[in-house]
Design a protein around this ligand. Structure first.
Ligand SMILES: [Mg+2]
Length: 363
């Protein structure tokens, strides 16, 4: 099989609600959608995304101008060969950022082709460790939601049967975070899973202080407490708290995860296939984590990560934020707190191309 054409289009999808965390405000999601055509008629679809106003057009250009010329004519089933061609030939401007986001979108499309060619859904192609994956909900815990909203949404999350709840933290006044956590834990009761996410906003000293204030809440993890480049800070925090440290959405490759593991700065691994170099790299990160008896709970894009978590023995959760619902044929259905991967060949994401077309913008 040969790749005969590579294209990338940019879509700006409005967010379903006003969302803020400790460092960002989301008013749209830029989706860079990649199509790979082949000489055997199988078309692969991949994507990456940005939640900030800058850089999405440059990702599109990277696919269209550089990656396209590198991989045209290659066999899309040889994903390792294609991946390394893109990785090595862009190394001067790559290893992270825009170049790796572009590479990720192409790699994800390769796996769509591979699954369709094998006539197997992705999770079965990858070994299918489980048929359903527990889901935790982040969508009720945004930092801009008032305490009353947070309480109401947590009640709704419990009613809906989600397997966990994550709230954003990072209010300037620590007492306010404490008050919100107290209210949420009271609704959840002692046994339901609760996590917090600081989106990199703290200093090491402040993270240690806040973690000590939160020991009583039996938190399942403390996510992105510090800026991603501060590995030693994460290690110091981890040594000071019983709360597991989770991160990975801001890391771009397996080497960065390796450094975190080697420095004992991480407890739960959260790679995002759209950001960490695609499915090829995501799988390597997940299997490396298994060597250290660590679990994997990927960041965001539940539609893509569902079959990946279903395929590995150390998979933990997928994260519920329904940001792609506006461009899907149907929303994902929660059953008893779990999602089940599609049994259709391919990635199993039910794209609605008519709906998607409404949001197309000129790169
Ligand atoms: Mg996060």
């Amino acid at each position: 099989m040969k790749i005969t054409n590579v294209s990338a289009d940019l879509y700006q999808i409005p967010v379903h609600r006003d969302m803020r965390d400790a460092i960002r405000h989301f008013n749209k999601m830029d989706v860079i959608f990649v199509r790979l055509e082949t000489d055997e008629g199988i078309e692969g679809h991949g994507f990456t995304y940005s939640i900030i106003p800058h850089g999405a057009r440059e990702i599109c250009t990277m696919v269209q101008s550089s990656l396209r010329s590198l991989i045209n004519g290659m066999n899309p089933l040889n994903n390792e060969q294609v991946w390394y061609e893109m990785w090595r030939r862009t190394d001067w401007v790559g290893r992270g950022g825009i170049a790796v986001l572009a590479l990720a979108a192409v790699d994800i499309a390769l796996w769509d082709i591979k699954s369709k060619a094998a006539r197997m859904p992705l999770h079965r192609l990858l070994g299918a460790y489980r048929d359903k994956v527990p889901v935790y909900n982040t969508d009720g815990g945004w930092l801009n939601h008032s305490l009353d909203q947070l309480v109401e949404e947590t009640r709704e999350i419990v009613r809906a049967g989600f397997r966990g709840t994550k709230i954003k933290v990072g209010k300037p006044d620590p007492a306010e975070d404490y008050e919100r956590l107290t209210a949420v834990r009271k609704i959840l009761g002692p046994h339901r899973t609760l996590m917090v996410d600081a989106n990199e906003c703290f200093t090491q000293a402040e993270a240690i202080r806040r973690a000590a204030m939160w020991e009583e809440f039996n938190l399942f993890w403390f996510e992105e407490p510090l800026p991603a480049e501060d590995i030693s800070g994460h290690a110091a925090l981890k040594a000071h708290t019983s709360i597991p440290i989770a991160l990975g959405e801001s890391l771009f490759n397996r080497h960065q995860f390796k450094d975190y593991i080697a420095c004992d700065g991480i407890s739960i691994v959260q790679p995002d296939a759209c950001r960490c170099g695609g499915i090829t790299e995501w799988l390597k990160i997940a299997h490396m984590a298994a060597c250290y008896n660590m679990q994997v709970s990927p960041h965001f894009v539940m539609e893509l990560h569902l079959p990946l978590v279903a395929s590995i023995p150390n998979g933990l959760f997928v994260e519920y934020i329904p940001s792609l619902d506006a461009v899907l044929r149907s929303p994902m259905i929660l059953e008893d707190g779990y999602f089940s991967p599609s049994e259709e060949p391919g990635l199993g994401i039910p794209w609605d191309f008519e709906k998607l077309a409404r949001y197309k913008v000129t790169p």
